[in-house]
Write a protein that binds this ligand. Sequence first.
Ligand code: UGA
Length: 428
Amino acid sequence: MGSNIAIIGTGYVGLTTGACLAHLGHNVVCADVVPEKVEALSRGEVPILEAGLDELVIEGIESGRLSFVLGATNAVADVDFIYLCLPTPQGADGAADLSFIQDAAADIGPHLKAGAVVINKSTVPVGSANEVAKKLERADVHVVSNPEFLREGTAVSDFLHPDRVVIGSDDRVAAQRVADLYAGLEAPTLITDPASAETIKYASNAFLATKISFVNAMAAVCEAVGADVNDVVAGMGFDKRIGSAFLVPGPGWGGSCFPKDSHALVRIAENAGYQFGLLRGVIAVNEEQFGRVAKKITQAVGGSVEGKCIAVWGLTFKARTDDLRDSPAINIIHRLRELGAQVKAYDPAVLDGSDSRLAGIEVVTDPYDAVAGADVLAVLTEWDEFKTFDLEQVAGKIGNKAVVDARNLLDREALKALGFSYDGIGRS
Ligand code: UGA
């Protein structure tokens, strides 16, 4: 017999959590504040690109276990568990802005069933479970921290096959009740206090960002000493203590999580009296990486991008998502545009340039149109299909045979054989 659950917020995390919990047999009602979104979701229309999510949403609606309502207060009255899946954007000072979560907690407090459990899924600074508890003003309701470790693009699979489930609570019974919601999953479960659970989330994201900045810095060293970073990573990866995951060099890390969470952790540490120099360095290397890629593109067109036409493949912050938030590709493009470049871009998940982040970029729906007459092709997102594109056709259309492959994705030898100059990351 499934539990009755409310999900507050139907973004990437909330919608995936709701649909997966319904799939596990629970009765789930998801609330959002945007009427059109609630209506579309009720019809089974998923507004984001997330593998397997459409199917699960439709399955949930058809089984009667998944529904959508407008407004948090309409979702919580009869449920035993309430997941807060609301944004925690980066505030002006770098710290996470908790206002969405605090406002929701204040709204739902009076409407909760006696003994309900409120679960924080959003990434929140240490101490937030207490803040939520204060806003709820309900002594009978426990607040539990249960951070998500979902990657966009593979969120459904990450939810259903997690590496671990982390639950933080001062109340063992409430923590176990939340753990029982995941009984259908085979995963190690760590029950701890709220501060440790909240810290685990930040520490995990910061460590992953550190791995990527490390490999990007190593790529710079490889270029300087004439080594090939791909082989260096392969050689490192055989060491089980290191592993090769999250050591793929690229244009820098981005997205809705790493940038805000790394800045937030620097601020959390600083407020607690610790200067997190290592993490500041990780962030600085990432900023440098955007600049290094922009410089490679500039060099590929002869030293100045002014008036040059740059063809770009890839706009999203990584492949298999349509998310443009804090995309390294867009950061790099805007650096080039400020220097007078024209940019024509193709991305399989971006069908037009209507998103305000794409202002000034000509977005085309054909990869070969993007390269027509261009002075260089820059690969900025690691979409697998780019590997299958016809390089001879590219050679026939491009104005100047130059490629900057910021994801080390294309066939370097084939490009060189076709007369291209090739510059990758940590290999030339
Ligand atoms: C990240 C974490 O991986 C999830 O575990 C976490 O739950 C999530 O943030 C979150 O906090 O919600 P996500 O933002 O979807 O997930 O993206 P990642 O797959 O981690 O990639 C982040 C960035 O790093 C992308 O720009 C990607 O291209 C880049 N990256 C990743 C590399 O440059 N190299 C790598 O080896 C891996």
